[in-house]
Design a protein around this ligand. Structure first.
Ligand code: GTP
Length: 853
């Protein structure tokens, strides 16, 4: 609960209590001036004026005893000069105003100031005399317009926490990390070159290690950019990316369709490009969250011959779908649309189509913006608008983001002159400061030395061709190749940097892969492609007899596997072994035996392949598909939950291959009008791959489950819960449905069940920063279309505590509905109040939710 709300909760009790406590809460009052009676009470120590409409704070200088002053979310454009008189001030919050400058002469008077919040203003400078605040421990200047680091910060030796995110900083001073003893530091979303973002995301430890290296040497400049090729199947992505990297036109035969992703490195002048060519098939979209990252140039390839001017559907398939998904995933990305097959177009057709594509993209982005504005207005106009403040803020932030779409660049992908023109265009684009401020990376020379040593190790004859290496082995090899005396920790920090720029892959967060480095990221993709491929069904059939025999399988088994894949999207472990073995044989690698065991695992231990796929929520594992126990023990957030080991063969459902068969529908037995259901609406859409991953995570928690393409059914303590997705334009939502409990006491466990699914969905949504969602409960009256909106779920407050009323009246049908049918309204004692739990999804049976109680 917000501490301010705890202090004073209603106006009647306010005066007496406040006079005693000297703490005044006047937040959310729509105040334009501070009430005069407050200004007369000179003994006030705490004044909270959060979320009002103040343009000034005239008279505040009288409150000489003030220690805490909260003026966040007001309409201040000037820094209030009177604050200089508040010499006992310890905490000052002026965030979310419109302040542009802070004059000098204020901070030298605030000798006791410990906490200063100035985020979300329009500041580009801090006054030099801020340095005199020798007790300041917390400083937040994130979401402002700083281009240069304010030097005065370096003088404040007491600082423990500094927040600088979302500015335009290019360089951080070494003294900040080597001189001060910071404990918390955030700097994401800047234009950093020194140190580059890829170092900063590693946190204080890695930034310190970076600057320690620069104490004796000068940083060297490197220009690097990741280029992501996306677009529908057969658009020409591989043709363009291969022609660019190989320096001549490369015809791609039809049978060589991209499977998964292709990666290649390529140089134009002094810029290093890392090309990631994504296959157009939807089956691969579930893997895109692993690889589509911010700060990349996105090349959207469109076949102009296929494109039709007046056809909205074809625009959505070839262009709109990708732009929408990018907006959700990387809301600030730069997109260059390349139109291919212009040689097959008639004169005049190319110009007309390019213009049409550009206009429709802008319309799509405008529509998205208008949608957001509409939501913001709706929430703000509500009488209970204060219940939706977080949502409104998030929407506002989103409406400031935009995908930067460049004009369409038409080419004939089979003509090298055109490829050369495109090459120059790409170079000019990435060198544009305003589009790619992060292309330049200033690095200590040792980073390059280590990079070169790794490339040498990679090319060494003794290194396995697949480039998978044990971490310790790699570290000792690199140490041998570099003359300088490198510490293991520094080497690991440099490896982390090389992982983030995409040169190597080291997933240290995945336990079974902690000691594994993929020197060739493309091999990692090859590994993914063994099981995530559009032609998996045919792949199974093409496995040669000798591979089958070596795994004690027969052609008849293959038929069973194919049937299982088609009807249940399930792959048996034996089939996985066979597929991996076959794939490794076709790659003609040495050491296949060892690699095979590494990828597949030993005994019940998952190998690298399944660990990777499960970590990225692409598949899950189940033991005994037929005998799932509908009376499995009840699951509670906070309890460790496990399933006994069985000796049955494991099976792996891959929800991306699911079709709409009827198993879930049959088990559920149709909707009842009494069902308790809620809807989670998504704008602009439910992202591709979202539902499948939600399914994987949810089914990892609830062992009794059934899955279909757009539905899944979970059972907990004998009670079923159905989750369905509906994904149509302006009507994209998840429905979470359960039967109405017979006893009133059972409502809470049912709401707990729903809240767990909601918290999983919420966690997933964070991976799509451009995605907005809200939750509604439909009115209970048959035929009434109205829905009740859920309030913002405050991270610190249980939703059960937020719902105070027992009944709600529908504005449309005027019926009164019992609240426990609509929202989590605890009837008895709140057993498991909902605090968004931390979710640990590892493997089937060891998944757990830890709630913060
Ligand atoms: N005539 C003509 N053919 C092209 C052009 N660009 C690509 N192609 C051909 O179009 C076909 C598909 O090209 P790819 O590069 O494989 O397409 P892709 O987008 O990578 O397709 P996926 O791998 O399915 O995602 C190939 O046969 C290319 O040779 C072009 O500009 N003109």
């Amino acid at each position: 609960m917000n501490p301010w709300k705890q202090i004073v909760s209603n106006s009647e009790s306010k005066s007496k209590e406040m006079l005693h406590l000297k703490q005044i809460d006047l937040s959310l009052r729509r105040l334009k001036v501070i009430p005069s009676d407050i200004l007369l009470d000179t003994k006030i120590q705490t004044l909270n004026l959060d979320r009002n409409k103040l343009k000034g704070v005239s008279g505040i200088c009288h409150l000489q005893e003030l220690k805490i002053l909260i003026l966040s979310k007001n309409e201040l454009t000037d820094f209030p000069m009177e604050i200089q008189s508040l010499i006992h001030l310890e905490k000052l919050e002026l965030n979310q105003n419109k302040i542009q400058t802070i004059p000098t002469g204020i901070f030298p008077n605030l000798n006791d100031l410990k906490h200063l919040k100035l985020n979300n203003n329009r500041l580009s400078k801090l006054p030099m005399d801020l340095g005199s605040c020798s007790k300041l421990q917390y400083l937040n200047i994130s979401h402002n317009l700083f281009t240069d680091f304010p030097e005065c910060i370096l003088e404040i030796k007491s600082l423990k926490e500094v927040y600088l995110e979302n500015n335009k900083l290019r360089k951080l001073p070494a003294e900040l990390f080597l001189g001060l003893s910071l404990k918390k530091f955030k700097v994401s979303c800047n234009h950093l070159r020194e140190p580059p973002d890829e170092v900063c995301v590693g946190g204080l430890k890695q930034i310190r290690s970076y600057f320690l290296q620069l104490q004796e040497t000068q940083a060297k400049e490197e220009k690097r950019v990741k280029v992501i090729f996306i677009g529908a199947s057969m658009a020409g992505k591989t043709t363009v990316s291969r022609s660019l990297t190989q320096g001549h036109t490369v015809p791609v035969p039809l049978k060589e369709r991209t499977v998964g992703i292709e990666i290649s490195e390529f140089h134009i002048q002094d810029v290093t490009f890392l090309f990631w060519d994504f296959a157009g098939h939807l089956e691969y979209y579930v893997t895109h969250h692993v690889f589509i990252t911010p700060y990349a140039l996105v090349i959207l390839v469109v076949n102009l011959h296929r494109y039709q001017v007046a056809d909205e559907q074809i625009f959505m398939d070839l262009v709109g779908f990708w732009i929408k998904n990018l907006f959700m995933r990387v809301p600030n990305s730069v997109v260059l649309t390349v139109g291919t097959h212009m040689d097959l177009c008639q004169p005049g057709e190319v110009e007309e189509k390019c213009k049409d594509i550009e206009e429709r993209i802008y319309r799509l982005l405008d529509e998205h913006k208008a949608n957001l504005t509409h939501f913001i207005n709706n929430l703000e106009e509500r009488q209970d608008s204060e219940l939706y403040l977080e949502q409104t803020d998030k929407l506002r932030e989103l409406s400031n983001c935009t995908v930067n779409v460049l004009n369409v660049f038409p080419i004939n992908g089979t003509n090298y002159n055109d490829i050369e023109k495109l090459q120059n265009h790409i170079l000019n684009t990435v060198c544009k400061e305003e589009l790619f401020p992060n292309i330049i990376k200033m690095l200590p020379p040792i980073y390059k030395v280590v990079e070169n040593a790794i490339i040498e190790v990679k090319q060494n004859e003794e290194t396995p061709q697949h480039g998978i290496m044990d971490l310790d082995h790699l570290l000792s090899e690199v140490m041998l190749k570099t003359t300088s005396d490198l510490s293991k920790n520094l080497l690991k920090d440099i490896l982390r940097y090389l992982h983030r720029i995409g040169l190597i892959v080291w997933y240290e967060e995945i336990k079974p892969l902690l000691n594994t480095v993929f020197l060739k990221p493309s091999f990692l993709i090859t590994v993914f492609k063994i099981l995530v491929r559009h032609d998996l069904y045919n792949q199974l059939w093409s496995i040669p007899a000798e591979v089958l025999i070596s795994e004690r399988a027969f052609k008849r088994d293959v038929l069973k596997w194919q049937e299982m894949l088609q009807s249940k999207a399930m792959i048996r472990f034996q089939a996985i072994r066979v597929l991996v073995k076959h794939q490794l044989e076709t790659l003609c690698l040495q050491d296949t035996e060892e690699l095979f065991h590494d990828l597949i695992g030993h005994g019940t231990q998952n190998g690298k392949l399944l660990s990777l796929l499960m970590h990225f929520q692409i598949c899950m594992s189940v033991r005994n598909v037929k005998k799932l126990n509908p009376r499995a023990p009840e699951f509670f957030p906070g309890n460790q939950w496990s399933v006994k080991d069985s000796h049955k063969e494991m099976c792996y459902p891959f929800p991306n291959y699911l079709k709409n068969f009827m198993e879930v529908t049959e088990r559920w037995g149709g909707d009842h009008h009494e069902d308790i259901h809620i809807r989670v609406y998504f704008s602009p859409l439910i992202p591709e791959g979202f539902f499948q991953r939600l399914m994987v995570m949810a089914c990892s928690f609830y062992s009794t489950h059934w899955i279909e393409k757009d539905n899944f059914l979970l059972v907990n303590n004998g009670k079923p819960l159905l989750v369905k997705q509906f994904n149509q334009r302006a009507d994209s939502y998840l429905e979470i449905r359960s039967r109405k409990p017979k006893r009133s006491n059972d409502f809470q466990s049912l709401w707990d069940f729903k809240l767990t699914i909601l918290s999983i969905a919420e966690k997933l949504c964070k991976e799509w920063p451009g995605l907005f969602y809200y939750i509604r409960s439909p009115c209970r009256t048959i035929g009434c279309p109205d829905e009740f909106e859920w309030p913002d779920m405050d991270e610190t407050e249980s939703i059960y505590d937020m719902i105070k009323e027992d009944f709600k009246t529908c504005e449309t049908c005027c019926n009164t509905v019992n609240m426990e049918l609509l929202l989590p309204k605890a009837t008895g004692h709140a057993k498991d109040p909902f605090l968004p739990p931390t979710i640990h999804v590892t493997n089937y049976g060891v998944a757990s939710i830890v709630s913060h109680q």
